[in-house]
Design a binder for this molecule. Sequence first.
Ligand SMILES: Cc1cc2nc3c(=O)[nH]c(=O)nc-3n(C[C@H](O)[C@H](O)[C@H](O)COP(=O)(O)OP(=O)(O)OC[C@H]3O[C@@H](n4cnc5c(N)ncnc54)[C@H](O)[C@@H]3O)c2cc1C
Length: 372
Amino acid sequence: MPPAAKALRKEVRAFLNEQMPKSVSSAEKARSWSGGAAAFSKLLGQQGWLGMTWPKKYGGHERSYAERYVVIEELLVAGAPVGLHWVADRQSGPLMLRFGTEEQREFFLPRIARGEAYFCIGMSEPNSGSDLASVRTRAHKVEGGWRINGQKIWTSNAHSAHYMIALVRTGEAETRHAGLTQFIVDMKSEGLTVKPIANLTGESHFNEVFFDDVFVPDNRLVGREGDGWRQVGAELAFERSGPERYLSSIRLFLEFLRVAGPNPTELEKQLIGRMTAEMWTLRQMSMSILGKLAAGEDPAVDAAIVKDIGTSFEQELPRLVQANAREDVTLETGDAFDDTLSYLLQTSPSFSLRGGTREILRGIIARDLGLR
Ligand SMILES: Cc1cc2nc3c(=O)[nH]c(=O)nc-3n(C[C@H](O)[C@H](O)[C@H](O)COP(=O)(O)OP(=O)(O)OC[C@H]3O[C@@H](n4cnc5c(N)ncnc54)[C@H](O)[C@@H]3O)c2cc1C
C-alpha cells in the first residue's frame, strides 16, 4: 500500500466513526453492500470516495486503485450501507469510461460520483444465467432508437436503481456471442415493470424486470452494436475481484472475536488464526488484480479465482463459527452474535451464485489452464 493509501485509511476510519449511526445492529451491518441508504451514498460522494479513480473532468478524483481499495475495505468492515451506489461505482461507471460515448461519460459519471445515480445489472434471464450468451430479450431498431421486449431476472436493486445496463440481443439468435448489445435503460421508461422476489430471509433485494416495447434512444447504446459479449467480459472482472468477494461474512468474524473476548479458548484461537490467515491471503490475491485493472488489462481468470476461493471462504466462515460457537447460541433474535450468524447462515448460500456460479468460474479457470 502506498503512503497515500495508509493516510487515507485513517481518514476513512475517522469519518465512519462519526457518520455511522450508532443504533445500527450487527446483523444490519452484515448487509452492507446488500443494503443501502441514499443519504450515506451522497455523503460518500461529497467525501470524494465515489468514482475515485476516474478523470476529474467526469467528476472523478484521479486517486489510485489502491486508495479506492482502502475505502472499499473500510466501508465493508464497518458494515456501511453502500448498496445503492455499489454497482454504478464498481462496474457501470468503469464500463462507460472504457466503452461509452463522450456524451454518456459527461452525463452519467458525475452523477454517479456524487452518489446520485444508481445502476443495476440486467444480465440474467429465466433460463439464461450461467449460459448468458443465450439471452433472449431483444432490441429492434426503430426510428431514433430501439424497442426492447423480454424479461430479466434476479436483478439486484432494480427497484431502487435509476438505470439498468441491459445485455440484449440485437443480432440473430444463431450468432450467440456476436449478436449481443448493451443499453443504458432508464428504469422509469414506459413499458418497464419491476416485480420483487423475496429471498430466504423474507427480504426482496432482487427482482424480475419485464420489458414491454420499452423505447431506448440511440445515444444510450453502450460501445458498439453486437460487441456486448466482449464488454460484459471486461465488466465482470470488476464485479468479481473486489474485497466484497471475501468480506461478506466479516461482521460475524468480528462478533466471534467480541464473544471470544480477551481470553479465547484453544479452539477459538485456532479458528481466529485460520480465518485471519485465509482472509489475508485472499486480500493479497484480490489486491494483485488491482495492478492489472489499473493497466487496462482484463484479468478475467484472476478475478474468477478470487471470487471462487473468496466466496468459498465467506460461506465456510458462518458454518465454522456455528460449529465452534459457545453453547448459549440460540439463533433467536435479540442478540448481536445470534442475529448475525442467523442472517449469514441464510444468505451465504447465495454468495457462490451471485456474480457467476462456482462451477462456471471453475470452468473459466480450467479452460485457461488448458484442462478443458
Ligand atoms: C443474490 C443474487 C443476486 C443476483 N443479482 C443479479 C443481478 O443483479 N443481475 C443479474 O443479471 N443477475 C443476478 N443474479 C443472478 C446470477 O448471476 C445467476 O443466478 C447465476 O449466474 C446462475 O444462473 P442461474 O440462476 O440461471 O442458474 P443456472 O445457470 O441454471 O445454474 C444452475 C446450476 O447448474 C450449474 N451449471 C450451469 N451450467 C453449468 C456448466 N456449464 N457446467 C457446470 N455446472 C453448470 C450452475 O453452477 C448452478 O449450480 C443474482 C443471483 C443471486 C443469487
